[in-house]
Design a protein around this ligand. Structure first.
Ligand code: FES
Length: 188
């Protein structure tokens, strides 16, 4: 499985996830581009109203900064948003399991947003990084379906963010977003 980098969020990670790493970037304001600064999620969580205000509105994300196999984690309206640059293997797996017995049926394509030319770009999966059970932050590249795993009560999501096993009732939410151009999305 591909690598992720630079996580500082281990608050909800189980032993199997030690060493897993991913990026977290904080929006500097409404419609702000992704900056170079990175902060730990637990720190962000304690930043108070000012941080919440800054994280409100919309954020633009330069997809070019997310290398294949990496996950960007943004704060948007007080919630983490995952931007996963999926590997060809992850995409193939997600598409191959469209017809599986899904608790919350959805094709992989239905969880994507078209680019300006109307085509889908399955490389990038954008989701709210909040478990749909009781709100923990799932760990990437983990679980029985190699997607995301929520160690709080054991929910397993696949490489499309669909719930596959465990108590979570629905798939990881896809936030409202659009492509500004082929390499930039605007969330919110
Ligand atoms: S909060 Fe994720 S499984 Fe319960």
């Amino acid at each position: 499985m591909s690598n992720t980098v630079n996580t500082e969020n281990h608050a909800h990670e189980g032993p199997q996830d030690e060493g897993k790493r991913d990026f977290i970037f904080i929006a500097t304001g409404a419609a702000a581009a992704v900056g170079a600064a990175s902060l730990a999620w637990p720190l962000v969580n304690q930043m108070g109203p000012a941080a919440d205000t800054l994280a409100a509105g919309s954020i633009e994300i330069d997809l070019g900064k997310v290398e294949e196999g990496q996950q960007l984690k943004m704060l948007w309206r007080g919630k983490p948003v995952f931007v996963r640059h999926r590997t060809p293997e992850e995409i193939a797996k997600a598409e191959a399991e469209d017809a599986a017995d899904l608790k919350d049926p959805a094709t992989d394509n239905s969880r994507l947003v078209p680019m300006p030319d109307g085509k889908l770009n399955p490389k990038y999966l954008v989701m709210v990084g909040v478990c749909t059970h009781f709100g923990c932050v799932p760990v990437g590249e983990a679980g029985e379906f190699d997607g995301w795993y929520c160690p709080c009560h054991g929910s397993h999501y696949d490489t499309s963010g669909r719930i596959r096993k465990g108590p979570a009732p629905t798939n990881l939410e896809v936030p409202p977003y659009t492509y500004v151009n082929d390499t930039t999305i605007k969330v919110g």
